[in-house]
Design a protein around this ligand. Structure first.
Ligand SMILES: [Zn+2]
Length: 533
């Protein structure tokens, strides 16, 4: 039997971009839309044409630059103005000019908002929805009504809220999207109210759900709505969105598919979820939470010591799904408590042949380094390089002859930093100087300048986080510094570590590991014979 379909409506480009601190360019928005199409969501809401020049440009460029295979692009707007006419309404005109097959218009479905915010009558509130839907549907658009404040309205005056939905459905809306705009609803309320609406409209329209996470229940509310008969779920990748965020699509999609048995994405696409989630986190410059369900780097990480061999024997006894289903993977976390079996499994994972003597050597080495202040649980990439070196491997990409960093304070009080590196790449020596807004940035820039000619793929790699921790404060400035660096190539993220009394040296260790790991796992596979497949 074919699985029943729940449409996925992504609003990362509209609601998601409302999150404070998120600012994307039109290019970013086009790249995000490509990722969403790659994932295969049913609808991509591109923004509000006419509300700002950026969204207008997005829809203009989308027409020629965006080739969508699976998704439909949607323009968002509102109903006509109070007492206005549809033919000379600028919002409705902009919606049509956006040139999308589908439009989503917000209409007020809480009586209090009609009388207080719009300061008009309830009849006029209903007419604004009816007229606008008629006009847009009459121009051949698929029209979704975004019923704003639906749940709050329904709790107080269900008759009016239903009148608004009826007006939309009778005049040609294909979808009635129930919005928990203030995000205050709970799953059992949502389930009961959606059930009422679905019973009222039967199979005439698709009922959708649009939740905000103000009670931490957006995903749960969306699933409750689907249980009650909703067949479209709206949300954002990585739970982006204003305040506490929208329904997290990267969580709700696997829940609906793997746990509830609905068809959401096209066949074979959910395996792209982790990569798309990381890629979009990059594009909006919001590092992904390691603990994000399904897609976070800790989602299937096991720190288990003795239990590790048991996990390998029966992975399904310790993992709620097969991580491959969402494009993630099992990860064994190695700490100073690691036993032989953990190291063995880690080595197998990397395709490294290690005998007992090498493993014992690695365990001694780990104990020594952890005592010095290293912390490999948080630095998987450095651990991988350490294991490779234990087998006699040496990174083949570059050798650094010397490095120097100078920081000056100018008479104006401004600081300038300059780094000089002397690097050998495949026998060729070069000297590069770069400025930076700090020593790590300057070294990073100088190294990139030195490596770019031979390794252009390094341009895809950049640092996303730089954390410094002083390990023993009793020594003041003589304390040990631990530096953790996160980097990404847009598809995967990795973490490296450096420890030293000198913050520049600690930073350099972490940075060098980060670059080596990026090159090791970059596009050119041939250079690295030990890479596992
Ligand atoms: Zn919203």
């Amino acid at each position: 039997m074919a699985m029943e379909q729940v449409e996925i409506f992504d609003t990362t480009l509209r609601d998601g971009c409302q999150l404070e601190g998120v600012s994307v360019t039109v290019d970013d928005k086009l790249r995000i839309a490509e990722q969403l199409d790659l994932l295969g969501v049913t609808y991509i809401e591109g923004g509000w044409p006419g509300a700002n020049p950026k969204d207008e440009e997005f829809f203009r460029r989308a027409r020629s630059e965006l080739k969508l295979d699976t998704s439909h692009l949607v323009a968002f707007g509102s109903t006509r103005r109070v007492k206005g006419k549809v033919d000379d309404d600028p919002t409705l005109r902009n919606l049509l000019e956006a040139g999308t097959s589908t439009v989503c218009i917000v209409g007020k479905s809480w009586d209090y908002h009609v009388t207080s915010a719009l300061q008009t009558t309830l009849d006029e509130g209903v007419a604004m929805v009816a007229d606008s839907v008629t006009y847009l549907a009459g121009h051949g658009r698929r029209v979704l009504l975004d019923a704003e404040h639906f749940f709050d309205g329904y709790k107080r005056n269900p008759e009016f809220s239903l009148r608004v939905l009826e007006a939309a459905a009778e005049h040609g809306a294909t979808h009635l999207v129930l919005c928990d705009t203030n995000g205050g609803s709970l799953p059992f309320e949502v389930e009961a109210i959606v059930a009422d609406v679905v019973a009222h409209f039967g199979a005439d329209v698709v009922v959708g759900i649009h939740c905000h996470d103000d009670t931490g229940c957006a995903v749960a509310n969306s699933m409750a709505a689907v249980r009650a008969g909703a067949r479209q779920v709206q949300g954002c990748i990585n739970g982006l969105g204003e305040r506490t965020g929208n329904t997290n699509l990267t969580t709700v999609i696997p829940n609906l598919t793997l746990k509830m048995g609905y068809a959401t994405l096209p066949e074979g696409r959910m395996e792209r979820l982790t990569a798309v989630s990381h890629h979009i986190a990059e594009l909006v410059n919001r590092p992904l939470d390691n603990q994000a369900p399904y897609v976070g780097s800790s989602a299937f990480a096991h720190k288990a010591g003795l239990h590790v061999s048991a996990i390998v024997r029966a992975k399904d006894a310790y993992e709620h799904i097969d991580p491959e289903a969402v494009g993630n993977g099992t990860r064994f976390v190695v700490s100073e408590m690691a036993g032989k079996s953990t190291i063995k499994i880690k080595a197998d994972e990397l395709g490294l042949a290690m005998d007992g003597a090498v493993i014992n050597h690695v365990i001694d080495e780990l104990k020594r380094l952890e005592h010095e202040g290293y912390h490999f649980e948080a630095a998987d990439a450095s651990l991988e390089l350490l294991l490779r070196r234990a087998t006699g491997w040496e990174q083949p990409f570059f050798t650094v002859e010397s490095m120097r960093v100078i920081t000056d304070e100018l008479p104006s009080g401004a600081f300038t930093t300059e780094a000089t590196v002397k690097v050998h790449v495949e026998g060729v020596r070069s000297v590069h100087v770069a400025e930076g807004n700090g020593p790590v940035n300057a070294i990073d820039s100088a190294m990139r300048a030195a490596l770019r000619p031979r390794y252009p793929e390094l341009d895809r790699v950049h640092l996303t986080d730089y954390k410094v921790r002083i390990l023993d404060t009793s020594h003041g400035t003589g304390a040990i510094t631990r530096v953790l660096i996160d980097a990404t190539d847009g598809e995967r993220t990795w973490s490296t570590i450096g420890v030293s009394e000198n913050i520049i040296q600690a930073s350099w260790q972490a940075l060098a590991d980060s670059i080596v790991f990026g090159l090791l796992h970059g596009g050119d596979v041939d250079r690295n014979e030990t890479r596992p497949h």
